[in-house]
Design a binder for this molecule. Sequence first.
Ligand SMILES: *Cc1c(COP(=O)(O)O)cnc(C)c1O
Length: 507
Amino acid sequence: MVLYYRSTRSEQTQNLTASEAILQGLAPDNGLYVPTQMPQLKEDLATLLAKDYPAMAFSILKVFLDDFSDDDLQACIDAAYQDTFDTADITPIRSVGPHHFLELFHGPTLAFKDVALQLLPQLMVTAMKMHASDKKVAILTATSGDTGKAAMAGFADVPNTKIIVFYPQAGVSPIQKQQMITQVGQNVTVVGIDGNFDDAQTNVKHILNDNVIVKKLARNHIQFSSANSINIGRLVPQIVYYFNAYGQLVQNGTVKLGETVDFSVPTGNFGDILAGWYAKQLGLPINKLICASNANNVLTDFFTTGVYNRKRDFHLTSSPSMDILVSSNLERLLFYSFDQDAAALAKFMTTFETKGRAELPDTARQKLTDFVAFSTDEVDTLTTIRLMQTKYQYTIDPHTAVATHAAIQYSQEHKSEARPLIILSTANPYKFPEVVLHALTNHQPSETDFAAIQALSNLIELPVPKAIRRLKHAKVLHEQTIPVAKMSDLVLNTLSEDKSKSKDVKN
Ligand SMILES: *Cc1c(COP(=O)(O)O)cnc(C)c1O
């Protein structure tokens, strides 16, 4: 039996197989694809947990992406994880004191996004082959800093694909920006916009479903897709490391098989933590998923009051990848909270999109007991970085610090029912050297990025990753910045340039 994917927003939209949903990205009615029924694992938990990362990934991906052949899926996983991460176990746990950090930043761009974005291009190319498509896929991506680089690293020079990345000019760290504007690859375009991440994401969604643009591209045999976590092919690979983390703690005796654990997840677009929720649906013994936000605390308010309200000040923080007011993937959770009632969900989303605020009915709110939420301000973020360093000589990045602070708060409130708590560590601290240096030395950052990296490396044990050292001399290839209003023009121009280029070749 084939597993189908449906849109969260209507019953009418055609159901797609996994490979079709990956190629499509966003549903035509602006909804997100979700499986029509929750897949079930084929093995028991003990068998699954005994597997290494790639084998575990195969077992989990297979039940979600069941129209991929075993051979194709295995080839995708091999290409994604063989020799691309700096450690064979892909997502190792580092335990310091009572804290278990799941290090998700060992991939090529040093943030957790690599775990999914090393795999997504493989899945997409395979999906294109499965459908004998003569089309090219144009990937549109909005980034709050890490997705853009990780997506380009995954898609660079992948045949028959083109990728366009939009980042907020004033909203990414200097290293994140440097990583993006030095990206090589014939098929990559990256531009800064004069808005924030929400502007980038909202406009990307509009462009993806803009009929005039879509038809124009179709005439040139180009189809849009997305590398953001609205794409189900981005979300599913993230389920794997929740199981892998639990498996590591079972193997080293910290957790007894079947015992429940908590996860604290630094959250922006709600993709990472939603993958944890799916892991729980598949039977991983999770007690609570702690949704950790920075000063942009829309989700904290949502989980504590049931009101989803983006009408508030937007803060630029030291954890820029979480500077988000509208979290795309919350829609998938809301869909389940409405008992998969697409009409009710669509109504809620329309209210939210037009009024900026929507209130969840009590019946739906009662379905959200898997989550608790905390927000951490700038001062506490820095204090937490310093605390982990002085207590355990363990250096964390600002996003991880937000999740650590939430974890500590949660533990204090639940002392009597303490259970192992895993903190998702989403970026290498050298991606944010000014902030970490500031946290550790109290000096206001005055140094340039690379001086800060040097100063930081003199202070901490962690070596500077090669990918960061290389940046210093990397050539800047993408300097373009545009107003938000020009995003669709840029997409059209970039994708029609392609045509003229291929003409040149023929001439
Ligand atoms: C993207 C990102 C997050 C937030 O993840 P979401 O899936 O968007 O919630 C947290 N930390 C880092 C370092 C990131 O790059």
